[in-house]
Design a binder for this molecule. Sequence first.
Ligand SMILES: C[S@@+](CC[C@H](N)C(=O)[O-])C[C@H]1O[C@@H](n2cnc3c(N)ncnc32)[C@H](O)[C@@H]1O
Length: 269
Amino acid sequence: MASNRDIRVHLWPLAVRLRALPPIALAAVAQLAALLLVSLPWFLRLLPPGVALSIPALALIEGGVAAALGYRLGLAPWWVPIQAGFVPALVAMLSLDIPPLWFLAGFTVLALVYWTTFRTQVPLYFSSRNARKRLCELLPESAGFSFIDLGCGLGGVLAHLGKRRSDGHYRGIEAAPLPCLISWLRARGGAADCRILWGSFWTLDLADYDVVYAYLSPVPMSDLWHKIRAEMRPGSLFISNSFDIAGANPTSIVKADGVQGSTLYVWRL
Ligand SMILES: C[S@@+](CC[C@H](N)C(=O)[O-])C[C@H]1O[C@@H](n2cnc3c(N)ncnc32)[C@H](O)[C@@H]1O
């Protein structure tokens, strides 16, 4: 008979493979495994006699198991409440008897806004007003400079800068369709030369810009730094809002104080 140690040795490669999955896939694996673990004894009527669990109770237990499994498999702690609440929230929603079209509509809007966030791990949030002000002060003094916002969201940064420094050429690139459309509409209404591209900034050549701005997440920063060093011209500026790059000393650090305080890390190439 296989000992506990044998079982652990056999399961180890599986655990290593699972840990290599992107977080969204790991979360799905944890949910499926928890669903199986919790529902099988119920379906197979293996529960001790007299124990009758309601669907909401099973959903809560499933959530707890999914959260624990996900955490053990290496999901970040902030996934715990998401994993724990997912199936209970589904059960609660189903009990409200909402027409299915609303779910389709909600899913469609969220998909159009967050698009590839599950892969890029860069969600949509916005540069604060103070960060935009400090950013404006960092623009080159001479007219005709080129600026790009990598992942321009709803185009707020471009609109702010274009209003104050209409002597620059602005570009934004955004992967998510709905934010991209909104940025495009805003750019059409602005005074400055501003164009919006739909796609991934990984396909762009950054040599075309005097100033490259990014407000992303810790995940892409190391790869982005390689791209910046390979492509940006000497003397151009790379500015990262909030996310520093390990091992790359910034030329200067600008604090953007205020309620949503943030830091701009500036590199002169
Ligand atoms: C935190 S938001 C920043 C929005 C805006 N730049 C600002 O500062 O207010 C980051 C945006 O980058 C977009 N994004 C993430 N990865 C991307 C990629 N590889 N190419 C283009 N856009 C990307 C996301 O869809 C998201 O809208």
